[in-house]
Design a protein. Structure first.
Length: 133
């Protein structure tokens, strides 16, 4: 199991018809690993991140790129990770309450533990249904 309390401070602002945001976050992840697997909770960590994004509307579409940079320091091991995520969402609004979305994210992690570095591309699609009461 895992518990991850966090604090985030952000600011949004307009750029013509586009909306942009900048957010800084700080969080700590407490993990509870089974004792028979590891003697300590090796994934306990302090993480801070800076995220910037923008939503640009055009017709029934919305184009939303973002960039997230983070630093994680693991409490029960001598490991520090830096990560970067560059993402792009494209949303098509069918109605006020329904939308279709495609997205892609390029993620990269650099660790002081050489065996933990990676770069990957994730893509997907989804549908959104909003209900208001």
């Amino acid at each position: 199991s895992q518990l991850s309390p966090s604090l985030a401070l952000g600011k949004s602002f307009s750029m013509g018809k586009a909306q942009s945001f900048l957010e800084w976050s700080l969080g700590y992840s407490f993990t509870d690993s089974p004792a028979q697997l590891v003697s300590k909770d090796l994934l306990d960590r302090l993480e801070t991140a800076l995220t910037w994004g923008v939503s640009i509307p055009f017709g029934d579409f919305e184009f939303s790129p973002y960039l997230r940079l983070s630093l994680a320091d693991y409490s029960n091991q001598s490991k520090t990770d830096t990560s970067a995520n560059l993402g792009l969402d494209l949303t098509y609004s069918i109605t006020d309450w329904m939308a279709l979305r495609i997205y892609s994210t390029l993620s990269s992690r650099s660790s002081n533990n050489d065996n933990m570095d990676f770069t990957r591309m994730d893509t997907g699609a989804g549908a959104t249904l909003n209900a208001r009461f």
